[in-house]
Ligand binder design. Structure first.
Ligand SMILES: Cc1cc2nc3c(=O)[nH]c(=O)nc-3n(C[C@H](O)[C@H](O)[C@H](O)COP(=O)(O)OP(=O)(O)OC[C@H]3O[C@@H](n4cnc5c(N)ncnc54)[C@H](O)[C@@H]3O)c2cc1C
Length: 226
């Protein structure tokens, strides 16, 4: 699958999958020694039942492997989700070549009166353009220090100390539908930070294409993971 662009330099790409609605049905029906080759109307009802009653394990017999490029501050939030497998680009073993840094389209501020955990945002009233210029200079300084340190034989694991959390990294994320639903319930919802939400929205679109009935049932079940 081709990369789907996210933010200014990021992407999500489905690298491989073993995921369909039928796997949910067959995992549940094995309890009765039954197996199906194709989905039938009654199977839609079964998926709804499993979701509603929180019979979560039949949603685990599938797997999606995503290749992701995201800023480190997004990756840090993302990798708090433990029920998944991760491998990430190593700044110990490899030198960064032409790194990208995240620059938001616009800066935001919490609207007056909004509280932690229920933040709402509006456009930041500071000088947007000037701040972008300052940040751009800061990014350039950070990469200059990094390159200078590496060229002077400092270990890459220390040279990276100069780099900000806005720098992009790449990783593989392998997850099953049950855990992905938990991820989406937390990260593709209004309280999640805008930047990770953009990635979660993209993951959800890809997953909906692979398991459309499970996805629809999740949405209709108040986006609650079983
Ligand atoms: C809006 C938002 C704000 C956040 N703010 C903060 C913050 O300020 N500080 C902070 O530290 N984190 C914060 N987090 C991260 C949050 O606490 C979780 O670490 C993260 O969302 C992963 O969720 P999870 O544990 O459900 O996912 P996973 O780690 O993928 O776990 C999936 C499910 O498996 C089960 N599970 C996994 N591990 C265990 C375990 N050890 N014991 C029992 N059950 C387990 C649970 O049912 C869990 O829901 C925030 C998350 C969100 C969405």
């Amino acid at each position: 699958m081709t990369e789907i662009r996210v933010l200014d330099h990021g992407f999500v790409r489905l690298d491989g999958s073993m995921a369909d609605d039928l796997s949910v049905v067959n995992a549940a029906r094995v309890s009765f020694g039954r197996y199906k080759e194709e989905m039938e109307e009654s199977d839609v009802g079964l998926i709804r039942f499993l979701m509603r009653e929180k019979h979560g394990t039949p949603f685990e017999h599938n797997s999606m492997r995503f290749h992701v490029k995201a800023p480190i501050f997004v990756t840090r939030e993302w990798q708090r989700h433990r029920v998944a497998s991760y491998n990430e680009f190593s700044m110990r073993y490899a030198k960064l070549e032409n790194p990208d840094f995240y620059m938001p389209d616009e800066f935001r501020q919490p609207t007056e009166g909004s509280k932690p955990g229920q933040y709402q945002y509006e456009k930041w009233r500071g000088n947007q353009q000037r701040t972008k210029e300052m940040l751009k200079n800061h990014y350039q300084d950070s990469i200059d220090i990094y390159n200078w340190a590496v060229e002077n034989n400092m270990a890459r694991e220390q040279a990276r100390l100069a780099l900000p959390v806005a720098i992009y990294t790449e990783f593989y994320f392998t997850v099953n539908a049950r855990s992905l639903m938990n991820f989406l319930s937390l990260r593709n919802e209004p309280q999640a930070q805008f930047e990770i939400r953009e990635y979660a929205r993209t993951l959800e679109e890809i997953w909906a294409g692979l398991m459309p009935i499970t996805h629809e049932t999740f949405v209709n079940n108040n986006r609650t993971a079983p």
